[in-house]
Design a protein. Sequence first.
Length: 244
Amino acid sequence: MDSTIRPVAPGDHARVVQIAAEGDFIECESNYLSFIADVGRLLCSTSEGEVVAFGGMIPVLDVAMVTDLFVAEAARGRGVGGRLLAELLDGRSRRMTFSAQHPAALAAYQREGMEPRGRLLYLSGSALGGGSPLTPAAWMHDRGDLVGHLAAQGTTVTANAVLIAENGGIEVLRLDAPNAIDECHQLLRAFDAGISVTMYVPEAHALAPWLLARDFVIIDHDVLCTTAGVDLPPTLAVLHPGLA
C-alpha cells in the first residue's frame, strides 16, 4: 500500500479515534491526542487522502516511549505500521513501549530493537478502609507534564500518587515512592472498604506480590519492551500503561 506519513492534525482526530476503537483503545479522545502531539510526536499514515494508521511517541528523559500504534483493519498486513513506527522513532536509539499481546505488534517492536523485558500487570482488588482521607498535594517526582495532563482530566494528585474515582471505583494511574508498599497501603485505607481498585504494576516490582497476597487478581497485562539498557525507575510502582 502506498502511504504518506505526516503529523496528525486536529481535523484528523475523529478518524484517529475510530481507528483506535478498532484496536480496542476505546478511551482515546481529542485531549489525549493533543497532549501526545504537544510533548512528543503524533503521526499518521494516509492512503489516497484517508488516514489509515496513527502512532504516538513521547520523550521520557532520553527514552522514546511509544504510546500508540494502530492500523485500520482494512490496511493491516501491508507494512503500514512498521513504516510509521520507524518514522516515530527516527533519531532516538533508546526506546520503550508497553506492547499489547498481539503478535504483530510485538514483532514490529522487536524489529525496532525493543525486546520483551517483563509484564505490566493490570491488578484489581478492593480498598481496605479505616485510614485517613487522601490529601491533595504538589507532585514530588518527575513527569510533571504527564501529571499535569492527568490532573486536567479530573484526577486526584498527591505527593506520590495520581488516581481517579469514577464508575464507583478507584483507578490508580501513577505511584512513585521509595516506600511504595507503605504508600499503597495508606492509599487502600483511604477509601471505604470494598470499593474496587485497579492499578498497573510492573511484575518485577515488590508491590505486585504484595497486592496479589492481599486478594488482588490479574485481569490483564501488557509486555514491557525496551532497547538494551533501558529500565523503569525502581521507585515507579504503578504507571499508566499508555503514557508511562
